[in-house]
Each structure stands twice: as structure tokens, then as C-alpha cells.
Design a protein around this ligand. Structure first.
Ligand SMILES: [Zn+2]
Length: 335
């Protein structure tokens, strides 16, 4: 079953890449994925270093997959659904190369009850896999190392949303404006929503800095971009499930696989945790994902070098808005 599940993850990942993030396709064969079942780790796309370090042996599998297997009792019973990258400890599998770790959907379900099928689990694995893709970019690594690590975590940032009432209200209002911008039909009405969004955001950030003498812009931008786009890919995978053909080999062995039945005629409203700040795991997941969707709607080509630099989704949206405002002024001048 390990082989069928990992082949499934690989196929939906490639599919999502082709449909929603073409540059991603090049990374599919680079990022190692370690799947734990009890005390055994199965590595897909293992590097030579990983094989040496773990003493892993080749595991007979699906013809398109080359898996390595090793025993690691340290992982027995622990929950894993994470991408890791370390810059100092050469004993780690994820030294200098991002590695995605997961365990079985059944195990994930025990820690996150919302993961109730292989499909839900695989979408979360893709979220983590996308983090690895982000961290393959030197630009993103440098920003993480030099400006984020040891300074701010996404949980510390999110604590403001949980604890500070006016901050939460501000974020909820900003997200409502993004959702409105996603709904309205004309460019002019999107511009009006975005002007209100930028104004609300700048105001909240100013008040925060005045109150706490601390500027969070850089951190909010970074986590919104990293988590928002990872959530966005998860959403793309879920949205696309209804179009996929059920793999008979997976269906034959995996009772946790529900043949995409929860995803037929995909309706985003059934998954409020994807896009509503009030239901999101952390607010930046939702605000980031909605900004990515809005850039899609506006047909802004933002994906190609997004992770090469520190540019944020918010900065790209802001630039687009300023450009539109300039154009409007120029047109007014002509009339
Ligand atoms: Zn994440």
C-alpha cells in the first residue's frame, strides 16, 4: 500500500503542477519524501547521502517509483506532516536540502481528525511538498535564514490574531475585502475593493507599530506568501480531484481512499478553513491563499520568480493597484 499511496501523491502533485504552477513540475523529482509506517521509513527520491546515512535498502515497488526503506524506531507513533531544512547539522537527512516527512493517513487522522481520507491527507502532503519547492530557491532560503529564523514564527505572528481583538477584527475585514474582490465582476469594482483592502491593511499595521513599537510587515508578508501559496496548491489539488480517474490499484488496497467522492462538483464553501480567516489554522493561510487567487483572477503573471526574491503577494497586488490608478489618472487627463 505504501507504493500505491506514494504513487498517488506523485501523480496528483504532477497534475497540480501542470494545472496551477508550471514551474513546480521541474522540482517533482528533486525533493525527497519520507513516509513513515510504524518504525519503517520509506524514502522516495532519496539522495545518495540519505541512503548512506540511514543504511536504507531498495524496496521493491511500483515500476515508476524507486523507494528506499530503513528502520527508525525513533519515529514509532509520532505524528509527522512537515517539511524540514537545516543548515548546520550534517547528521540530519534534511541538511542543506528540504525534505518532506509524513506518515500514514490513518496516523494523521488521529492527530488531525479533519483528515478523514487518503485524498485529504494527500492534499496536506502536497502543501508540505510545496514548502520544499519554495525552499529549493536560494532567494527564499536566504530570506528565511537571515531575516526570519530565530526572529519570528508563524505561531507568534498568529498569536496577535488570537489575543488582540482589534487586530483580529482588522484581519477579518481585510480578508472580507479580498473575498469581495474575488467575487465582483468588473475591473473597476476590484479596484475599489483593493483600495479599501490596502487602506485597512496599512492602517492596521500602523496602529500595531505605534502600539507595540514593533514592525511586523516583513514577517506577515513572508508567512502569507509561504503558507498562502502552499494552501493555494492544496486547494488546487482538492479542486481537481473530481476530474481524476480512480486508480484501480489504489482503490483495491486502500480502504481510507474514498474514490474522490467528497470532491465531486467541488464547492469551496464546503471547506471554509481554506479561505476564511475565522476558520483558518492561522490567518495568513487564508489571506495569502486569497491574494494568490486574486492575482490569478487579475491575470498577473506572479508565479515564475516569486520565490527567487523577497517580493510578497501583497506587494505584487499593491503594485498592480498603483498601476491601475496611474492608468485611470492618465485617461482622465486625456478626457
Ligand atoms: Zn505550511
Amino acid at each position: 500500500m505504501v507504493c500505491e499511496r506514494l504513487a498517488f501523491v506523485e501523480s496528483i502533485y504532477k497534475n497540480a503542477a501542470v494545472k496551477a504552477w508550471p514551474q513546480l513540475a521541474d522540482s517533482v523529482d528533486i525533493v525527497p519524501l519520507v513516509y513513515f509506517k510504524d518504525d519503517t521509513g520509506y524514502i522516495n527520491h532519496a539522495t545518495e547521502r540519505m541512503v548512506e546515512l540511514t543504511g536504507a535498502t531498495l524496496f521493491e515497488c511500483h515500476k515508476d517509483l524507486k523507494l528506499y526503506k530503513y528502520i527508525d524506531p525513533g519515529f514509532l507513533g509520532t505524528f509527522k506532516l512537515i517539511t524540514k531544512l537545516d543548515f548546520t547539522d550534517t547528521c540530519l537527512l534534511h541538511y542543506n536540502l528540504p525534505v518532506t516527512y509524513c506518515n500514514s493517513p490513518e496516523n494523521a487522522h488521529l492527530s488531525i481528525p479533519a483528515i478523514s481520507s487518503t485524498e485529504e491527507w494527500a492534499a496536506r502532503v502536497i502543501h508540505e511538498y510545496f514548502h520544499a519547492y519554495q525552499l529549493l530557491h536560494q532567494g527564499t532560503r536566504d530570506i528565511y535564514r537571515q531575516q526570519i529564523a530565530h526572529k519570528m514564527t508563524v505561531d507568534s505572528l498568529n498569536a496577535n490574531y488570537i489575543v488582540v481583538d482589534w487586530f483580529k477584527q482588522g484581519i477579518d475585514k481585510e480578508n472580507a475585502l479580498l473575498l469581495k474582490a474575488l467575487e465582483v465582476p468588473t475591473r473597476d469594482s476590484v479596484i475599489i475593493c483593493l483600495q479599501a483592502f490596502v487602506q485597512a491593511r496599512e492602517q492596521r499595521r500602523d496602529v500595531f507599530e505605534m502600539t507595540y513599537h514593533y514592525n511586523i510587515d516583513l514577517y506577515e508578508d513572508y508567512f502569507e506568501k509561504m503558507e498562502g501559496t502552499a494552501r493555494y496548491m492544496e486547494f488546487q489539488v482538492m479542486k481537481n480531484y473530481g476530474n481524476l480517474v480512480v486508480s484501480p490499484t489504489l482503490a483495491a488496497v486502500d480502504t481510507f481512499f474514498h474514490a474522490f467522492k467528497d470532491f465531486k462538483r467541488f464547492n469551496l464553501e464546503k471547506f471554509p478553513w481554506l479561505y476564511k480567516t475565522q476558520r483558518a489554522y492561522r490567518y495568513v493561510y487564508a489571506t495569502g491563499m486569497n491574494q494568490a487567487r486574486l492575482l490569478d483572477k487579475l491575470q498577473v503573471p506572479y508565479k515564475e520568480d516569486l520565490f527567487d526574491t523577497s517580493i510578497s503577494l501583497y506587494a505584487i497586488l499593491h503594485q498592480w493597484l498603483e498601476q491601475q490608478e496611474r492608468k485611470m489618472k492618465e485617461n482622465q487627463g486625456r478626457n
